[in-house]
Design a binder for this molecule. Structure first.
Ligand SMILES: [Zn+2]
Length: 403
């Protein structure tokens, strides 16, 4: 039995156009049609005072656990059960904010993300559709390790599943994550802001080692997302064939932007977290080292984003939510607007572009055959002011009203 929603305005993101007074017909969780409203429709949900847009996508979340003042050690002082329960809370906050799909880019204690994904899919808890990595492929003492412990403390094995220091070890780690249920592979190609002692600008893997991850993942029909802040690490990752370059906070120069274009790589800048962290300043309690790394990245990351937009690099949407509170994922849209993207381009980054980066024809657009995932905003009639996405009134996922 199909259900019908009457939408005052539908944002047709692919065609960059607004459609007035539409009927969205939904059956078996998916969209049957989006067509002009006819008065003959019997019973329907009335959203005639709303702007309806595709459910939003965040390609870079960390739903499992919570950071405590920028330290990764809570993952050691709290149990795996706590990390999962925090994930339940974070998943709900993300969905309430209109993000009906996320790509979750890793957890220090491996595979809890895959469990949360499965619990959402079977209806045990509510949350966005999740594409998970299981953990990080990282060099030892690199950006994906917990590095702020004394050197004579040995981490339990579930925290070091993805540690790999050669191409062969990278292949082993990739197979282990895929065997454990990962949808894609996350490789840490440079140092990280919160991994004490690592250098975000420093490349941590060779191009060959990253290529080992890409080819091994491809054997299973999977792809690789690369965490890379600096230009050299980003270049190696893009040349090795990763599908998304995440962060890219300091990338500069013709070479990297040409490579992104030549390899058709999606760029997933995470500018909002940098602004947020910088604005917290000393009141955040975050370690001085992390704040220093962030401060250095504020202008550089916006320059990199602006340059990518000017050159026509494909921009997808990912925020690194966990560092800032889950549920404020839409705030990064303002950064995209600030570098000259119009409302539809910003919305496209967080819908169809991100769906393409996921390789999914199931989400990202209000089109027949896709999941009926959408958001409704009362009183809004256009996407010119992207701020409207900060106040979502209603969220539908798979044809079900979840918020
Ligand atoms: Zn991240």
């Amino acid at each position: 039995m199909p259900t019908i929603y009457r939408a005052g305005t539908v944002a047709d993101v692919r065609n960059r156009t607004l459609l007035a007074d539409q009927a969205i017909v939904v059956d078996e969780q998916r969209i049957v049609s989006v067509e002009p409203w006819r008065a003959t429709q019997a019973s329907y949900t009335d959203l005639s005072d709303c702007l309806v847009a595709p459910g939003l996508i965040d390609l870079h979340t960390h739903l499992i656990g919570d950071l405590d003042h920028g330290s990764n050690t809570p993952f050691l002082t709290k149990s795996a059960a706590w990390a999962a329960l925090a994930g339940v809370k974070n998943a709900a906050a993300t969905l309430r904010a209109g993000f009906t799909t996320v790509r979750d880019l890793g957890t220090f204690r491996a595979f809890i993300d895959c469990d949360l994904r499965d619990a959402i899919n079977d209806g045990t808890v509510i949350g966005p559709r999740m594409f998970t990595t299981g953990g990080f492929v990282t060099t030892s003492t690199g950006g994906g390790e917990i590095t702020d412990l004394a050197l004579d403390i040995e981490l339990p094995p579930e925290f070091r599943v993805g540690v790999a220091d050669s191409a062969d070890e990278v292949r082993r780690a990739v197979r282990t994550f895929i065997h454990g249920g990962a949808d894609l592979i996350k490789i840490i190609a440079t140092g990280a802001g919160f991994a004490a002692g690592t250098v975000p600008g420093a490349a941590e893997y060779s191009e060959d080692e990253i290529r080992a991850a890409v080819t091994e993942a491809a054997n299973y029909g999977k792809y690789v997302a690369a965490h890379a802040h600096g230009t050299e690490g980003a270049l190696r990752a893009v040349r090795a064939g990763v599908r998304t370059l995440d962060h890219g906070s300091y990338i500069e120069g013709d070479e990297i932007f040409d490579a992104l274009l030549a390899h058709d790589t999606y760029y997933v800048p995470t500018t909002y977290l940098i602004h947020w962290l910088d604005a917290q300043g000393s009141s955040s309690g975050f370690p001085e080292e992390a704040r220093r790394k962030v401060r250095a990245a504020v202008d550089l990351s916006m320059d990199a984003l602006g340059e990518a937009v000017r050159r026509g690099v494909k921009i997808a949407y990912g925020t690194d939510a966990i560092i800032f509170p889950h549920g404020s994922n839409a705030l990064q849209m303002l950064d995209f607007e600030a570098v000259g993207m119009n409302g539809f381009d910003v919305l496209a980054s967080a819908t169809i572009n991100s769906a393409e980066a996921l390789g999914s024809a199931d989400v990202g657009a209000l089109e027949p055959g896709r999941f009926a995932d959408f958001v409704a905003i009362r009183g809004a009639k256009s996407v010119d002011d992207i701020r409207v996405f900060q106040q979502i009134d209603l969220v539908v996922k798979g044809g079900e009203m979840v918020v």
